[in-house]
Ligand binder design. Structure first.
Ligand code: B12
Ligand code: SF4
Length: 499
C-alpha cells in the first residue's frame, strides 16, 4: 500500500480548520461581531484518536490569525504522520493550498479530509485535488480510526467503509457513510487541546449574555429536507446524546474552564421534548448556573416547555424563519408557514426568551413582492435579533442540483460563505439584491424599540461594548468609502454571477 511506510512522528496527528473567506470584501467590519467558534467536529475527532493512542493537536487558523503559509509552516516543523483537515465548501481551495505546501515540506505526511463538503462532494474533490490522500464521508470518529488502523497494518482499504481514496490513478469510494448510532459512546470533545480556550473563542455579539462560551451538539441528524440546506453529513436519522451526557458536558465546561454560556448547535434541539425536559430538570436540580441557546423549528416549540427552558437558563432560541412569504416557504420545502412562525416567536418572547430569526435573501422565486412581505413580517413579530444570509446553493443541498443540473461544477466554492450572492433569481440583479439586503437589515434594526433593547442589553452586559464600537466605526468607514467611490452606499462592488 502506498502509505505503509516508516513515519517520523508516527502517532502525531495535526487537525486543521483552514482559513477561508468568512467575510465578503466590503463587509470587513462585520468580523468584529461574528461568530469565532472552534470546530466541534475536530474536537470530537481529536478526542477519538487520542483514545486510540495517537497524539493530536488542533490548529484553528482564523482564531489564531494564521495564513495558509503559516499553517503549513507549523505543520512542516512537526512533520506529523497525519494531518486531518475539515472542509466547508468555502474552505476547499485554501485547504488544498495548505496541503500542497505540506506535501512539499513534509512529503511523508498523510493528508486526510472530511467535513460537510466531503459528505456532499467527496469523490469530485479527491479527483480534483491530488494533495488530499484520503477522505472520510460522514461522521468521522469511528471510520477515521479504522482508516488509520488499516493504513498502519497495510490491510485492504476497500474493507474500510465510507472512505474515498486514489489508487493507481483511479478514485475509489467504498460503500457506506459513517454514522454514529450511539452518541453517548463518543469521548468528550478534546477542549483541552485548544490554545487559549475558552477566552479566544467568541460567538456573535449579543448572542450570549456573559462569556466564556462553548458549543455542544447534543444531537445529530434532521429528517426534513429544506431545499437550501446541506444535511449530507448527519443524514435524516436523528440521534441524541442522553440528557445525562449533555449535562455532564455542560458541567465539565463550567467546572474545568469557567464556561458560562453554551451554544447548542443541533439542527433540531427541541425535537424531543422528553429529553429537553429531562435536561432542564437536571440543570434546575443541580443549581448549575449557566445560560444557553439553541436552534429550533417553529413547529417544535410549545409554551409549557418554553417556560421550563427559561427557568433552566435558556437565553435565546434561533428560528429558521427564512422569509416573510408563504409562497417562498413552500418553494423551499420548509414545511412551515408564517402563522406557525409568528406563533412560535410570540410564545418564545412571552416566555422571556430572546428570539433570533434566521432569514435568507435571493432564493429562487424571490422577487420585489416577497422582499416587501419579508420587510413587513420582520417588523411585525417580536424578534430581538435578525440574521440575514445571502442565498447560496451549497453542494449537498437539494437546490444545488436543481440549479446546476447534474453536472458537478466548482461554482464559486471559495465564495460560498453566505455573504456573497453567487446566484441570483430571475428579474433581480445582484446590485438590486445587495441594495435590498441592506434595506431589510435597516428595516429591522433601525427602529427605536430595537435601539432601546440593544442599549439596555449593552448596559446589562457591557462586555459587548468594545466589539460593537469597532463594528460601528468600521461600518461608517465602509459607507463613506462606498459613497466616495460612486457605489451609492452599496458595500460590495457590484459583480455579476455567472449563470
Ligand atoms: C456550528 C456551525 C457553524 C459555526 C462553527 C463552524 C465550525 N467551524 O465548525 C459557525 C457559526 C462559525 C459556522 C459558520 C458557517 N457555516 Co456553519 N454550521 C454549523 C452547524 C450548525 C453545526 C456544525 C457542528 O458543529 N456540527 C457538529 C460536529 C461534530 O460535526 P462536524 O463539524 O460536521 O464534524 C463531523 C463530520 O463533518 C466529520 N468531519 C469534519 N471534519 C473532518 C475532518 C476529517 C479529517 C475527518 C476524517 C472527518 C471530519 O467528522 C466530524 C465528527 O463526526 C452546521 C450544521 C450541521 N448540521 O452540521 C452548519 C454548517 C456546517 N455550516 C454551513 C455553512 C455554509 C456555514 C458558513 C460557510 C455560511 C453560513 N451561512 O453559515 C459559515 C462560515 C462563514 C462565516 N462567516 O463564518 C453549512 C456547510 C455546507 C457546506 N457544504 O459548506 C452547514 C452544514 C449548514 C447547512 N446545513 O447548510 N457554522
Ligand atoms: S433547515 Fe433545519 S429543518 Fe430544514 S433540513 Fe436544515 S436543519 Fe433540517
Amino acid at each position: 500500500m502506498k502509505h505503509q511506510q516508516t513515519l517520523g512522528n508516527s502517532r502525531e496527528f495535526i487537525f486543521i480548520n483552514p482559513p477561508y473567506e468568512r467575510i465578503a470584501p466590503g463587509y470587513e467590519f462585520v468580523k468584529h461581531i461574528t461568530n469565532q467558534a472552534a470546530s466541534l467536529g475536530l474536537l470530537h475527532l481529536a478526542a477519538e484518536v487520542r483514545e486510540q493512542g495517537y497524539q493530536p493537536a488542533i490548529i484553528e487558523s482564523d482564531i489564531l490569525n494564521l495564513t495558509v503559509a503559516q499553517v503549513a509552516e507549523r505543520v512542516i516543523e512537526k512533520k506529523p504522520a497525519y494531518v486531518g483537515i475539515t472542509l466547508f465548501t468555502v474552505g476547499v481551495w485554501s485547504a488544498a493550498e495548505i496541503a500542497r505546501k505540506i506535501k512539499q515540506g513534509s512529503p511523508s505526511t498523510i493528508i486526510i479530509v472530511g467535513g460537510p463538503h466531503i459528505s456532499s462532494m467527496g469523490q469530485e474533490t479527491i479527483r480534483r485535488f491530488k494533495e488530499f490522500d484520503y477522505a472520510v464521508n460522514g461522521e468521522g470518529e469511528k471510520i477515521l480510526v479504522e482508516l488509520l488502523t488499516a493504513l498502519a497494518a497495510g490491510t485492504d482499504l476497500m474493507q474500510v467503509p465510507g472512505i474515498i481514496f486514489r489508487k493507481n490513478s483511479f478514485v475509489h469510494a467504498t460503500p457506506g457513510k459513517a454514522i454514529n448510532r450511539v452518541l453517548d459512546e463518543l469521548p468528550m470533545p478534546a477542549w483541552d487541546l485548544l490554545p487559549d480556550f475558552p477566552q479566544a473563542y467568541k460567538p456573535a455579539i449579543f448572542d450570549f449574555p456573559r462569556g466564556p462560551v462553548a458549543s455542544i451538539a447534543a444531537s445529530r441528524g434532521c429528517p426534513f429536507h429544506c431545499k437550501f440546506c446541506d444535511t449530507s453529513t448527519f443524514g435524516d436519522r436523528v440521534r441524541n446524546y442522553s440528557p445525562v451526557k449533555v449535562f455532564e458536558m455542560m458541567q465539565h465546561l463550567h467546572d474545568t474552564y469557567g464556561v458560562r454560556h453554551i451554544m447548542f448547535v443541533d439542527d433540531l434541539f427541541l425535537a424531543n421534548k422528553v429529553r429537553v425536559t429531562a435536561l432542564c430538570n437536571m440543570i434546575l436540580e443541580s443549581g448549575l448556573k449557566m445560560t444557553w441557546s439553541c436552534s429550533a423549528r417553529v413547529d417544535t416549540v410549545k409554551p409549557g416547555v418554553l417556560g421550563l427552558m427559561k427557568k433552566a437558563g435558556c437565553w435565546e432560541i434561533s428560528f429558521g424563519l427564512e422569509t416573510g412569504s408563504n409562497l417562498l416557504l413552500k418553494k423551499m420545502d420548509k414545511a412551515a408557514d408564517l402563522e406557525k412562525s409568528e406563533q412560535a416567536i410570540n410564545w418564545t418572547a412571552e416566555a422571556g426568551i430572546r428570539t433570533k430569526g434566521l432569514f435568507m435573501l435571493g432564493f429562487p422565486g424571490e422577487d420585489k413582492e416577497t422582499i416587501k412581505q419579508t420587510k413587513e413580517f420582520i417588523r411585525r413579530i417580536p424578534m430581538t435579533i435578525m440574521n440575514l444570509t445571502k442565498f447560496t446553493p451549497y453542494p449537498g443541498s437539494p437546490i444545488y442540483r436543481e440549479l446546476y443540473g447534474t453536472n458537478i461544477r466548482a461554482d464559486h466554492w471559495e465564495k460560498m460563505n453566505g455573504m456573497n450572492f453567487v446566484w441570483s433569481p430571475e428579474g433581480l440583479s445582484v446590485e438590486e439584491l445587495d441594495r435590498q439586503y441592506q434595506e431589510i437589515l435597516v428595516a429591522f434594526y433601525n427602529r427605536p424599540k430595537i435601539g432601546l433593547h440593544y442599549i439596555k442589553l449593552t448596559f446589562m452586559y457591557p462586555n459587548h461594548v468594545a466589539r460593537f464600537l469597532r463594528f460601528a466605526l468600521g461600518y461608517l468607514y465602509a459607507k463613506s468609502k462606498s459613497f466616495l467611490s460612486g457605489y451609492k452606499g452599496l458595500l460590495i462592488k457590484p459583480t455579476r454571477p455567472s449563470a
